[in-house]
Every structure is written in structure tokens, then in C-alpha cells.
Design a protein around this ligand. Structure first.
Ligand SMILES: [Zn+2]
Length: 144
């Protein structure tokens, strides 16, 4: 394992007052190093060889803990399968109907436009923290 990645995870855990365990460290690290929006099942399969005796319940507990500390986010899909996303810079999600994949979509101009729109059109009594779009569609088979 690359020491600097582990160090930065340890620093994040320390900052969030998360008690360090091998399971937490390895699962979070795998999520950082394996791009995508994985299900708990996929994370379990990735982590099992590194953590003998790991149970799916432990994986769920670690994922819940990461979500509670805002280091990961849940993404609910139409098929009701929960996927997990590592929290990075603001991004939106493209949901492609034909391959059931979720991709990150980054567009700073769009973020800016949304922010400006809601600054000009405030929702009474509501403070916006974050705007994330779910963009649903399908890829043209020829272009993807
Ligand atoms: Zn994402």
C-alpha cells in the first residue's frame, strides 16, 4: 500500500474523530482507488481478499459510518439497489437506462448557473446546501 494515501486517510479519520480499524481503512481506501459507484456487494467482494473473515454486515456498518461522516454518499437507483459514492468535488450523475451505469458528470458552469438561479429565486424558509442533478437518459449505441 502506498503510504501517502494511507496517511491522508488517517488524517481524514482523525479530523472526523473516526476510530481507525483495518476494515474502515481498507474499505475506504478501496473505494478511493476503485472509481465508480459500487454496491455494498461489490465492495464486499473487493475487500474480502484483503480482510479475511469480513462479513457483509461489517461492510454495511463501515459504509453507514462513512456516510454519517460525509466521506461517502448513498445513491439510490431506480432498481432500488443502493450504490455508494466517495465524496469528492461537487458533481452530478448521469443515469444511463441502457447499461444501468451511473457516471459522474462535472460541469462548473452548470453548478454556477444553478447556484445563481436559487440565489435569485430563494425557496422561502429553506437553506440550500448542495444541488445535485440526476440526469436520466440513454446513450446512442453508436457513440458510446
Ligand atoms: Zn458520483
Amino acid at each position: 500500500m502506498n503510504a501517502s494515501v494511507t496517511d491522508s486517510i488517517l488524517a481524514k479519520f482523525k479530523e472526523a474523530a473516526i476510530k481507525v480499524t483495518a476494515q474502515r481503512l481498507i474499505i475506504y481506501r478501496l473505494m478511493l482507488e476503485t472509481p465508480g459507484h459500487h454496491t455494498a456487494d461489490t465492495i464486499f467482494k473487493l475487500a474480502s481478499p484483503l480482510l479475511p473473515g469480513l462479513s457483509p454486515t461489517t461492510v454495511y456498518n463501515v459504509l453507514d459510518m462513512l456516510v454519517a461522516h460525509k466521506l461517502a454518499r448513498r445513491i439510490k437507483t431506480d432498481s432500488d439497489i443502493m450504490r455508494y459514492d466517495i465524496v469528492t468535488e461537487n458533481h452530478h450523475h448521469l443515469f444511463a437506462d441502457n447499461d444501468h451505469q451511473i457516471e459522474d458528470y462535472h460541469d462548473k458552469a452548470l453548478d454556477e448557473m444553478l447556484k445563481n438561479y436559487f440565489e435569485a429565486n430563494k425557496i422561502p424558509g429553506f437553506t440550500i446546501h448542495d444541488i445535485k442533478l440526476e440526469i436520466h437518459g440513454s446513450y446512442d449505441p453508436k457513440s458510446h
